[in-house]
Every structure is written in C-alpha cells, then in structure tokens.
Design a protein around this ligand. Structure first.
Ligand code: CA
Length: 397
C-alpha cells in the first residue's frame, strides 16, 4: 500500500533545509478541463460530511464523518454501525465558512498490520477555548471497536471559534509523522488580545505550522527549530494559514495545499525550517473588507513562494495525493488536489525539479473533501455534504 522508505535515510533527506530558491510560481487561473475519459463508481452513500479515508488492508477502509463518527467500508459495503470507542469531539454548528470543528483525519500507523494502531485528529474543548488534538487507539480484528484511546498531542494554545484547525497527517517514516496545524482563524479571532494568525510565523507557537512528531506524539529528533530559545521542538515548517492537503510526491518530496484568504490558495513544496510567508505575504485578500494582508506583497526575501497559486479564484483546497498506481499510467507522479469551492479535483503535473508545468480540472459537481489512492490503484473521492458519498474514479474503457 504505502511505500515507507528506510527511516534513517528519509529523515536525513527531510531535514536537509536547502537554500531558499527563487522559484517560479505557477499561476493556476481558470478551470481548464481535464481531457480524459473516466467514470465515477459509487462506493458508499449517506455519510455525514465525510472528511478522510484510509485503508487498513486491501478490503477495509476507514472513513471519518466530521460530526465525530468513524465508519468502515468492508469489501465495498458501508457498515451501518459506526466504530465504537472514538474520542469525544467538539463539533461546530453549521454556519457557512466557519463550520470546521469536528473529527478530521484517520490514519493507520505504517506498521498497522503488527500493532493495530489508528491515529485520529479532531477538535476538542469548547466554543470559547479549543484546540487540535491527536490521539491513537487500537482497532480490534473485526474493525468494529477502538480501545486504549490515548491523547498524544494537543496544540499549545487554546483559541476561540471553530476555524482553521489543520489536522492532516502524513507519515514520513515508520515512526515519524507530519501534522498540519491551522493559524486559528480569520480576524477578529484573537488569542491574548492579538490576532491568532500572527502566531503562524512564530516558532514558539504550534499555530500555522507543519509539525513533525514521533509516533508517540512527542517531538521528532532533529527538527529545525529545536535548539532555539522559546521555539517549540515539534515545529517543522512555519508561515502556513491552513494546510488541508499533505502528500509525499515523487523523490521523497513533500507537498502541501493550503487555503489562502479571498484568493490565493497555495501548493507548497515543504522543506524543513522554511517559512511559507503567511500572514506577511500572500496573493489573497482578507474576507473582512477585502483589505490587504501583512505587507500587501506576494513575495519577500527569505519567504518561500508557492510552487502553484490559485488566483484570483481559489479552489478551497482539501485532500491531496500523489498518484503512484498502475490503473492510470499516464497520471503517475501527478498530484491530485481536492477542491471544495470549485467542486472538482485538480490534476497537477510536475517536472523532475518539482516545478508545476500543467494543471487541469476534473469536474465532480460536489464539494470534494478528500482524494486518495486506494490499494487497488484507483482514486477515491469524498464529498463534503450532509449526505456525502464515497466513490472511485475508474478509466472509462
Ligand atoms: Ca504562502
């Protein structure tokens, strides 16, 4: 299923910060249509805001529903009974753009076959004081119940409101994972009398970051800010607004999609210790009055530009995967990014240097929350609806 590289070699490659290269940003304007004949094949229906899908073996997939349920699809059939033993989750009421709290990612440990460990991310706390939480639990043989639930990590600061948690997990070796944490929310969301988003560039806060943790939730060794006074040892990269897609690309590269404000969703190539600029530079503008943000600039020395920006209209970036299967040979090495707002999936073509060379849109017609590759080499899609569904894309012939 997932190819895990030798932990030592990969960790060394991950931690190579490398120079901040002046890179060209590919501006993905408009919705060029993907010219490929594929069909949608239904897998499961009637899921309430499904958020994330992951396989524990070839025939068994787990799907989170944002209101706090974990569901199982066995041999292509949705079990009507949710998995028991899931954590208590803070769920946001449905209010337009801010209904983000709930149960997010499900991700089996890379050695799940041996240890049966499942990792979950979710919002916990109250409407006034809440935070992203990472927990793990043991899944029983029948995949009907979790036990031994353990909270492994919580974001350092409480925040009010229900926005920008992050919550994406990417395993980068057998014992370390990347975890995205959002900036806490749009103005006027504040912590300690200042805007929450200002924490994104501060290594002393978990907000607006990608973190690198061991599988027990503690800081992974060798993280780039670990020795710095006041810095959090978990921090891997900084200056993110709201990473909602995290994937390993060709040649051990790490890509992340994040939500910009009004305009300016980004695809970034993630390197240890880099600053991705939020909220100092962005292509987007604020929701409140469409005011310029930070410096009002798109780029600045020392801040890493996105490899692709969706501008002037955003896609509402969600799940991300690099395709490596054999059912769509012509797509191998391409990235697929879900679009909530655009109700589609974006195919993104990279060259051997990791730069974006092409981009096109696969129309779905519903908000796409996650796109992943199944063990069968097909692409699986989750739609973010009250009656959400899971389906797969197959070549038409
Ligand atoms: Ca940025």
């Amino acid at each position: 299923m997932r190819r895990i590289l030798a932990a030592a070699a990969l960790s060394a490659a991950l931690l190579q910060a490398g120079p901040v290269l002046a890179q060209e940003t590919y501006q993905a304007a408009g919705d060029p249509l993907l010219n490929f004949d594929y069909k949608q094949v239904a897998v499961a229906e009637g899921l309430e805001h499904p958020w994330s899908i992951a396989w524990v073996n070839r025939d068994t997939a787990l799907v989170t529903e944002r209101p706090g349920r974990l569901r199982v699809i066995r041999n292509g059939r949705l079990d009507p009974t949710p998995v028991s033993g899931t954590p208590q989750v803070l769920v946001a009421p449905e209010r337009g753009l801010v209904f983000q709290a709930g149960l997010f990612e499900v991700s089996p440990h890379p050695k799940f076959a041996e240890n049966r460990l499942i990792y979950l991310t979710y919002a916990s706390g109250t409407a006034q004081a809440n935070r992203l939480t990472l927990a793990r639990a043991t899944l029983n043989e029948g995949a009907t119940a979790l036990s031994n639930l353990q909270v492994l990590f919580q974001v350092s600061q409480d925040k009010p409101e229900f926005q920008h948690y992050g919550g994406k997990i990417l395993w980068v070796s057998d014992d370390t994972l990347l975890l995205s944490v959002g900036d806490g929310g749009n103005p006027p969301v504040a912590i300690g009398g200042e805007l929450s988003r200002l924490n994104a560039t501060r290594p002393g806060s978990h907000l607006g970051k990608i973190l690198r943790l061991k599988d027990d939730g503690t800081a992974a060794p060798g993280n780039p800010f670990a020795g710095q006074q006041g810095a959090r040892p978990e921090v891997f990269s900084i200056g993110h607004r709201h990473v909602q897609g995290l994937a390993m690309g060709p040649n051990n590269t790490i890509y992340a999609t994040e939500h910009g404000p009004l305009g300016g969703d980004e695809l970034n190539l993630i390197r240890a210790g880099s600053n991705y600029g939020w909220p100092v530079v962005t292509w987007g503008r604020d929701y409140a009055g469409a005011a310029p943000i930070g410096t009002g600039q798109r780029s600045a020395p020392g801040l890493v530009d996105p490899v692709l920006v969706w501008y002037p209209s955003v896609i509402g970036a969600s799940g991300l995967v690099a395709y490596s299967g054999d059912r769509f040979p012509q797509w191998r090495g391409n990235l697929f990014a879900g679009g909530l707002a655009t109700q589609d999936i974006r195919r993104i073509v990279l060259d051997s240097n990791g730069r974006v060379t092409a981009h096109e849109s696969m129309r779905i017609g519903q908000r796409v929350r996650d796109v992943r590759q199944g063990p069968d080499g097909l692409l699986y899609v989750l739609t973010d609806e009250i009656h959400g569904r899971v389906f797969r894309l197959e070549p038409a012939q």
